[in-house]
Ligand binder design. Structure first.
Ligand code: NOJ
Ligand code: CA
Length: 528
């Protein structure tokens, strides 16, 4: 049997922004449950829900103060059980965000750890004496502000490590008690029926055991992100990370059919090591972020596919993502004209796709006025364009005042275009982005070649990229026009058009070339 996550489609939900049900302007778990029919109709397979645990919200939930509960703002454990049950009734899987690298500074473990040097939980976090001449123990810097990753603690006169905010102290996974407790967290959620985990910054969990300095980055210039002043050889993707991956995978495999997705941003030759080997498997899906961090440009996209395909061991299954809660939305990065082309590529290239909520509507970044900024990253590094609020705005359900997201003014403003870009309007229009995405997903489900088939490049030019997905008995071809002008693609012989990105009712059979508008694409099948 093929694993569900290979043919499946992951849909990422940022719970604060999906659907509010209790009128506090913040999305919640009952809101997700309420919208399950929409998601089932869309046709996605699994919902990855960003953190919904108790948290002081210094980093909007990525600072967890209890790993085995639900923040009251999002609901209760009973709400989570209901969500899991109702999702499963609709054949939707639930993937939670697991945050192993750091907890909140308000987690009871850290409160104990910092209370005295001989507290039994002292070694649950990473404490160090000052460097011999005074000051932080080494040169490591925090990801969010570019200042030291070490925070001085007056009471116990040592520094603790925080790779992100000082409100997010790093857990010490070299301590077996930490390991056992955190692995029990996995069991806790899997026992409740959760189908998999997206593992936050998994490749940062194991630091250099000798705490050596990171190297200076000679290419750093003013205007670049402050944390990039140093290379990160001692703080991420260290050789020991594979131990962590294997600990996690072993627990995962105590259960049937669960999936582990690792968050890491690495070049392909390093990324593929996180699959592990057949004998010692690690992540099922180490996230492939290359489309997010490089231009939507024909040669780049084709080269990404070809170099990824070449780097993957034969037991490894690829994955692709266009947007997430940390980076500008695809429709903003690539331009709204490319939104459909991006979706067509994401859902037809070989590998498991992850769709970010709202991308199926063509949602774009929303400008956030300075007085409404929420994201600590923007507050700590203003003006560098690192803030993530613009990509976390409320889901656009309908044309009402708060876009059907909430009865009250939401925690982040609704997009200006929500009157026209929303689920209700797009469901009524057969030529909308949503209708297109829905047709695309439905078609994908009927074609094994699109879900699980092999990949080969058919043709590329300065504007066109065509590829084939194939099994022993099925061939499906995808053509994408990256150019702004119309063009014609001449396939090898007559083809049947299965789907066109900008025409809900395309001509059935084409003898002499597929006409494509600018930024348009199509899925075709050769007529033998
Ligand atoms: C990566 C998450 O995606 C991001 O949102 C978060 O701020 C950091 N990890 C820290 O947990
Ligand atoms: Ca709410």
């Amino acid at each position: 049997m093929t694993e569900w996550w290979k043919s499946g489609i992951v849909y990422q939900i940022y719970p604060r922004s999906f659907q509010d049900t209790n009128g506090d302007g913040i999305g919640d778990l009952p809101g997700i449950t309420q919208r399950l029919d929409y998601l089932a109709d869309l046709g996605v397979t699994a919902l990855w829900i960003s953190p919904m645990y108790p948290s002081p919200m210094a980093d909007f939930g990525y600072d967890v103060s209890n790993y085995i509960d639900v923040h009251p703002m999002f609901g209760t454990l009973a709400d989570m059980d209901k969500l899991i049950e109702e999702a499963h009734q609709r054949d939707l899987r639930i993937i939670l965000d697991y945050v192993p690298n750091h907890s909140s500074h308000q987690h009871p473990w850290f409160l104990e750890s910092r209370s005295s040097r001989d507290n039994p939980k002292r070694d649950w976090y990473i404490w160090h004496d000052p460097a011999p001449g005074g000051g932080p123990p080494n040169n490591w810097i925090s990801r969010f502000d570019g200042d030291s990753a070490w925070e001085w603690d007056e009471t116990t006169e040592q520094y603790y490590l925080h790779s992100f905010l000082k409100e997010q102290p790093d857990l010490n996974w070299r301590n077996p008690e930490v390991r056992e407790t955190m692995l029990d967290v996995v069991r806790f959620w899997y026992d409740r029926g959760v189908d998999g985990l997206r593992v936050d910054v998994s490749y940062r969990v194991m630091k250099d055991p000798a705490f050596r300095d990171n190297p200076i980055n000679p290419d750093w210039r003013e205007g670049m992100e402050p944390y990039q002043r140093l290379g990160e050889t001692m703080t991420k993707n260290t050789p020991d990370i594979h131990m962590f991956n294997r600990w996690l995978r072993a627990v995962n495999d105590e259960y049937d059919d669960r999936v582990l997705i690792g968050e890491m941003n690495l070049p392909y030759e390093k990324l593929v090591a996180h699959y592990g080997s057949v004998r010692e498997p690690e992540f099922h899906l180490p996230f492939n972020f290359h489309l997010v961090f490089s231009p939507w440009e024909v040669n780049n996209v084709r080269q990404l596919v070809e170099s990824y395909e070449a780097a993957l061991p034969d037991y490894a299954w690829p994955n692709w993502v266009l947007s997430n809660h940390d980076q500008p939305r695809f429709a903003t990065r690539a331009g709204i004209d490319n939104a459909r082309l991006g979706m067509l590529f994401l859902l037809t290239v070989r590998g498991t796709p992850t769709i970010y909520y709202g991308d199926e509507l063509g949602m774009e970044n929303v400008d956030i006025p300075p007085e409404l900024v929420q994201d600590p990253w923007e507050l700590l590094t203003p003006g560098l364009g690192l803030g993530r609020d613009p990509v976390r705005t409320p889901m656009q359900w309908d044309g009402s005042t708060h876009a059907g997201f909430s009865e009250v003014s939401p925690w982040l403003p609704v997009a200006n275009n929500a009157q026209s870009v929303n689920v209700a309007v797009e469901q009524a229009d057969p030529n909308s982005m949503l209708a297109f995405t829905q047709r695309l997903i439905a078609l994908r489900k009927t074609l094994p070649a699109l879900q699980l088939g092999d990949y080969r490049t058919l043709e590329t030019s300065d504007v066109l990229y065509a590829f084939e997905r194939f099994t022993k008995s099925e061939r499906v071809q995808v053509v994408l026009n990256f150019g702004a002008d119309s063009t014609t693609w001449k396939p090898d012989g007559a083809v049947k058009i299965l789907l066109a990105s900008h025409d809900p009712d395309p001509p059935a059979t084409i003898q002499d070339g597929v006409e494509l508008l600018g930024h348009a694409g199509a899925i075709v099948q050769p007529l033998e």
